[in-house]
Design a protein around this ligand. Structure first.
Ligand code: ATP
Ligand code: PRP
Length: 223
C-alpha cells in the first residue's frame, strides 16, 4: 500500500478509550509523552513530546484501514478487529508484536436459563448476533452448528433480551456487562489482546525512525 508522505511526522493510529489509555505507558517507556487528552480536546491529530511523532484518533475498527493505506505508519488494534479486517483485506499489514494490552476474550453468551447445550445437541438453527461475523462464522462451522448470523455494530447484549437472537458473540472481560443484562458466557472462542501493526511501505522507507519505537514497545509489553 502507498507509503506515507516522508515530510510529515511518523503517525501512530489509536482509538480513544482503553487502547489510547493503555498505550500511554508504553509510549512513556519509549520516552514519549502525550500532553493532550483526546476526550477533552476533541482533537483528532495530537502532537507528542517527540516532534517526529504524532497520534491520530480513529474508530477502533478503522485503525487497520488507516495503517494499510499508509495514512498512518503504524497503529494499535485488537486481535478481534484485525481478524475481521483481514477477511476483507488479506495481507498488507505487518504485525510484529502482541502488546498484551486491552485483554479480554471472545465468547458465546446466552440469556440465563437458555439451554445452549441442548439447542446445539438438537441441531437447532441458532440466530447469533455479533459484530465479529468472521470469527463467529468460523467458530460455529468448526462445531458443525448451523447458524444465522446477524451483524450488529454495538450493544450486542441487548439482542437476546429482545428476541433478536438466541446468542451473541462478543468480548468479555470482567463479565459485568453480561451479568448486568442477565446473560451468561457458554463458550470461550479466543483470547484477545491488542497488536502493533505497521504499514509495509513505512517499514521499509521509515525504518530508522520506526525501529526504536518498535523496540521500545516490544520491551515495554514484555515486562
Ligand atoms: P468501534 O468504536 O470501532 O466500534 P469498540 O467500541 O469495540 O470499536 P473499544 O471499546 O475502544 O472500541 O475497544 C477497542 C479494543 O479493545 C477492542 O477491539 C478489543 O480488542 C478491546 N476490548 C474491547 N472491550 C474490552 C474490554 N471490556 N476489556 C478489555 N479489552 C476490550
Ligand atoms: C466491551 C464489550 C462488552 C464489554 C465487556 O464493550 O463489547 O460489552 O466491553 O466488558 P466486561 O466484561 O468487563 O463488562 P465496551 O466497554 O468497549 O463498550 P462499547 O463497545 O459499547 O464501546
Amino acid at each position: 500500500m502507498s507509503p506515507a508522505s516522508l515530510d510529515r511526522p511518523l503517525t501512530l493510529a489509536l482509538s480513544k478509550g482503553r487502547i489510547f489509555d493503555e498505550t500511554l505507558p508504553l509510549l512513556a517507556d519509549a520516552g514519549v509523552h502525550v500532553t493532550e487528552d483526546p476526550e477533552s480536546s476533541r482533537k483528532l491529530i495530537l502532537p507528542t513530546s517527540d516532534p517526529n511523532l504524532q497520534i491520530i484518533i480513529v474508530r477502533a475498527s478503522d485503525v487497520p484501514t488507516y495503517v494499510q493505506y499508509g495514512a498512518a505508519d503504524f497503529g494499535i488494534a485488537g486481535k478481534d478487529v484485525l481478524y475481521e479486517h483481514a477477511a476483507q483485506h488479506p495481507g498488507g499489514l505487518y504485525q510484529p508484536i502482541d502488546l498484551n494490552i486491552a485483554k479480554c476474550r471472545l465468547c458465546v453468551a446466552v440469556r440465563e436459563g437458555f439451554d445452549y447445550e441442548a439447542a446445539v445437541l438438537q441441531g437447532s438453527r441458532l440466530r447469533i448476533a455479533t459484530k465479529y461475523v468472521r470469527a463467529a462464522r468460523e467458530h460455529f462451522a468448526r462445531k458443525g452448528v448451523y447458524v444465522d448470523l446477524i451483524k450488529l455494530y454495538g450493544s450486542m447484549e441487548l439482542a437476546p433480551l429482545v428476541g433478536l437472537a438466541d446468542a451473541i458473540v462478543d468480548l468479555v472481560s470482567t463479565g459485568n456487562t453480561l451479568k448486568a443484562n442477565h446473560l451468561v458466557a457458554v463458550e470461550d472462542i479466543v483470547p484477545i489482546s491488542s497488536r502493533l501493526i505497521i504499514n509495509q511501505a513505512s517499514l521499509k522507507t521509515r525504518a530508522k525512525a520506526l525501529q526504536p519505537l518498535i523496540d521500545a514497545f516490544a520491551r515495554a509489553s514484555a515486562t
